[in-house]
Every structure is written in structure tokens, then in C-alpha cells.
Ligand binder design. Structure first.
Ligand SMILES: Nc1ncnc2c1ncn2[C@@H]1O[C@H](COP(=O)(O)OP(=O)(O)OP(=O)(O)O)[C@@H](O)[C@H]1O
Ligand SMILES: [Mg+2]
Length: 278
């Protein structure tokens, strides 16, 4: 369980998080969406102990991240936004260093690493140097590394950035499986369909504030079910409808070309943040 109470973060002149209140339930996949600079990474850095909060409180499974940082850290694993594996070491060596930091005995380390690499479907790359892996494999090594100490909560900061559609879906399957094994997952992403597919609940963060929080289904239902996109003086205009019949009546009045489609979570993102995604 993740609890944030009136969380604020100031970086000199930047107020990166503004009175954030959040309650992430045990066992759920929770997605945090928001435009560049919204504060997503800052939030993760605070709860994983990488940066100090300015005011407010944060708890991981009941442990206060400021007052009991070591206990809180044991509860969580982190896959950071940027790949920070040691490129000159092998897959095994990268994971082994991490296990040693958690003081795992040698035999347990070997078993755990083999298990995790097998789980991620990259056991055959155990002795490969990181610099010789593809981007998708590196991401899987990062996820394996974050799971070495069997954390209850996993933070994934843009876990599929830069990956092709196939590999992204493979990572989605892995994330679902980690949840099924009982882990709470907090992820950030710019791929809105990723949140739509994976998350039970989604929060939209904009300029450091949570502007909306709900299930993907509820968000989309509030927008409507059907959407019509049309070009108006080089701007894309979208109109939303509750029923197909309403959409059809609107179509009859159209002179220009248009597209009729189902509503996506991306419509909610654009309506709430007023910005295009990456
Ligand atoms: N170490 C830092 N020093 C000063 N300002 C920072 C620092 N880290 C982040 N910021 C600022 O805090 C704000 C939030 O940044 P953050 O990286 O949390 O956003 P984000 O939502 O993760 O963005 P992105 O989608 O681009 O990853 C931005 O204005 C950013 O410039
Ligand atoms: Mg970020």
C-alpha cells in the first residue's frame, strides 16, 4: 500500500509537487499519467528514497519514508526512467551486485538470479554484456534487478519507453504476471493505451497536482462512448457522444471528412491536460 499525504516538493523555484494526496491499494496496478515535467518521476524518487520531500508524509506498507527509510526501501523495487545498468558488466554481474547490496548469501543469489532471468525469458543472456543487449532486453534486466529482493511494491517509471509494439506488449504481460504474484505496481507512462490496458486506476498529474483519479472505464464513460474527429482550420476538433445514434445524427450535418471511433483514455488525457503526448 502506498499512502501520500499533502506531499510537496520544491526544487528552488520549481514547485514540482503540490499537496498530493494518494492511496494506492495493495495488489493493484496504479498508473500515473501526465505531460512532461508534471512531477511523475519526482513522486517516484520521493517514495523510493532518492530525494527528500519538502513537506507532507509518504508511507510504503505503513513505513514512513522519511522516518524509516531503510524499512520503506525494503518494501519497494524501482525501475527508473533512464537505463542505469553497468554496460561493461554481464547480465548476471549486474543482478549479482544488486543482490549483494541486500546481503543475500551466494547460493541464494545464484538461485534467485536464475529464477528471475527465467521469469523474464532472458536466461540465455545471463553471460552477455549489457552493451550487447537490445533495448527490450535491457528493460527486462532492469525489471529483474528491481525484483531481486522480492519487494511488495514495484515502481516502474516509463517501463516501455522507446520499445517497439511487440516488445511493449511482452513487457505488459510480465507486469500483469508480477501483479498476479501479489505485487503492488505503480507505473508512469506516456503510452496512454498502456495505462488503459494495465491499470485498475489512473491518476492524471498536471503541473504537480492530481487533477483527476478514477478507473479507466469510468474516465472513458464520462467522456462518452463514441468520438468524431475532424479537421477545422488545421486543428483537430473532437466531439463526443454517449450513443452511436447521436454520433450518426451529427455525421449527417458534416460536409468535411471525419473519423468515427471509440473513445480512448487518450481523449481524457487531452481534455484534462490540454497537451499532446510525446
Ligand atoms: N533535480 C532537479 N532540480 C531541479 N528541478 C527539477 C529536478 N528534477 C525535476 N525538476 C523539475 O521538477 C518538475 C517535475 O519534473 P519530473 O522529472 O518529476 O517530471 P515528469 O512528470 O517525470 O516528466 P517526464 O514525463 O518528462 O519524465 C520539472 O519542472 C522539472 O524541471
Ligand atoms: Mg519522468
Amino acid at each position: 500500500m502506498i499512502i501520500l499525504e499533502n506531499l510537496n516538493k520544491h526544487y528552488k523555484s520549481v514547485h514540482a509537487l503540490k499537496d498530493v494526496n494518494l492511496h494506492v491499494n495493495s495488489g493493484e496496478i496504479f498508473a500515473c499519467l501526465g505531460p512532461n515535467g508534471a512531477g511523475k518521476t519526482t513522486l517516484i524518487r520521493i517514495v523510493t528514497g532518492l530525494t527528500r520531500l519538502s513537506s507532507g508524509k509518504a508511507f510504503l506498507n505503513g513505513f514512513n519514508v522519511e522516518k524509516s527509510p531503510l524499512a520503506a526501501k525494503k518494501e519497494c523495487g524501482l525501475v527508473p526512467q533512464a537505463i542505469n545498468l553497468d554496460q561493461e558488466l554481464t547480465v548476471f554481474e549486474n543482478l549479482d551486485i544488486h543482490c549483494r547490496l541486500y546481503k543475500m548469501p551466494a547460493k541464494k543469489r545464484r538461485i534467485k538470479i536464475d529464477d528471475l532471468l527465467d521469469y523474464m525469458d532472458i536466461l540465455d543472456r545471463k553471460k552477455t554484456l549489457i552493451k550487447h543487449l537490445s533495448g527490450g532486453m535491457k528493460r527486462r534486466v532492469m525489471i529483474a534487478r528491481a525484483l531481486t529482493h522480492s519487494p511488495q511494491i514495484l515502481f516502474l517509471d516509463e517501463p516501455t519507453v522507446g520499445l517497439d509494439a511487440n516488445i511493449r506488449r511482452r513487457i505488459w504481460a510480465i507486469i500483469k504476471r508480477i501483479q498476479e504474484d501479489g505485487t503492488t505496481i505503480f507505473l508512469t507512462t506516456h503510452y496512454i493505451e498502456e495505462a488503459e490496458f494495465l491499470a485498475q486506476r489512473v491518476a492524471f498529474l498536471n503541473e504537480g497536482e492530481i487533477v483527476a483519479l478514477d478507473t479507466p472505464e469510468n474516465f472513458m464513460a464520462k467522456m462518452g462512448v463514441w468520438a468524431i474527429d475532424r479537421l477545422e482550420e488545421s486543428n483537430m476538433e473532437t466531439t463526443y457522444f454517449k450513443t452511436r445514434q447521436e454520433a450518426k445524427s451529427f455525421i449527417v450535418e458534416q460536409e468535411k471528412s471525419f473519423t468515427l471511433r471509440r473513445v480512448h483514455l487518450e481523449d481524457v488525457f487531452l481534455a484534462l491536460t490540454g497537451k499532446k503526448v510525446k
